[in-house]
Design a protein around this ligand. Structure first.
Ligand SMILES: [Zn+2]
Length: 236
């Protein structure tokens, strides 16, 4: 029955168009949706809250006093809507790290997540992980410009850390490894000298005193160094 077939066909097309429209709208909402909850006052979302995987036990055995004097800023070079779980998965399951490499993650909306334990070295600046505290901003700042909120939260976080550690310097990843990485991106790196000045810190890698930070007066006798995986020992 050709007439009925034509009617059926037109009806199907209408449904297809409707479903496509709904699909497009859902896609647009997914990419541009607001945060599920308002940001509220700055706080750090714990590993438990974001569902972190437990670190490799070899990392926990390293726990001890770590003295940070330099904050190192990174970009994730990933999508804004990704987060600490995506980074941790990449670091542990694709790069062989013992945990997420950074100490903190700040997502595209400015939410701050606890990363690697502050009792251990990060794995974020190749051969410069002693005494350097790694903070990563989600996003690829070679391509996009950082939003105001993540930058404001970054400043808040650094101020908090300055209460706890004798931080003297702020640097971008590439300041430690010129020519080897563009991290944290051409649109974020130029903002760092002013951020350092606002915080009363010096800008650049000049504060690095590695390979190991000097032990404080209350430090316990040297414990045997952990056997880090080769990939982590020279990470990034
Ligand atoms: Zn980096």
């Amino acid at each position: 029955m050709p007439a009925q077939q034509r009617r059926f066909s037109r009806s199907s097309l209408k449904w297809l168009a409707a479903l496509t429209t709904v699909g497009l709208l859902m896609g647009l909402y997914y990419f541009f949706r607001p945060p599920l909850v308002p940001l509220g006052p700055p706080t750090v979302i714990s590993r438990l809250e974001w569902g972190a995987q437990a670190p490799d036990p070899r990392l926990q055995s390293e726990a001890g006093p770590e003295v940070f004097n330099t904050i190192v800023i990174h970009h994730s070079a990933m999508q804004l809507y990704e987060g600490p779980r995506d980074i941790q998965y990449t670091h542990m399951h694709q790069r062989g790290f013992l945990d997420i490499g950074y100490h903190f993650v700040i997502d595209g909306w400015g939410r701050i997540y606890e990363g690697r334990s502050l009792a251990v070295h990060g794995a974020h600046v190749k051969e410069h992980n002693a005494g350097t505290l790694g903070i990563v901003l989600m996003g690829n700042y070679e391509e996009i410009v950082p939003a105001a909120e993540p930058l404001a939260r970054l400043k808040w976080l650094i101020r908090e850390l300055m209460q706890r550690y004798p931080i003297t310097h702020l640097a971008g990843h590439r300041d430690f490894l010129p020519g080897q990485t563009v991290c944290p991106g051409k649109n974020l790196e130029p903002l760092l000298p002013q951020l350092a000045a606002d915080l009363g810190l010096q800008f650049g890698a000049g504060g690095y005193s590695g390979p190991e930070p000097a032990a404080g007066p209350t430090a316990s006798p040297a414990v045997s160094p952990p056997s880090l995986s080769a990939s982590e020992a020279s990470s990034r």
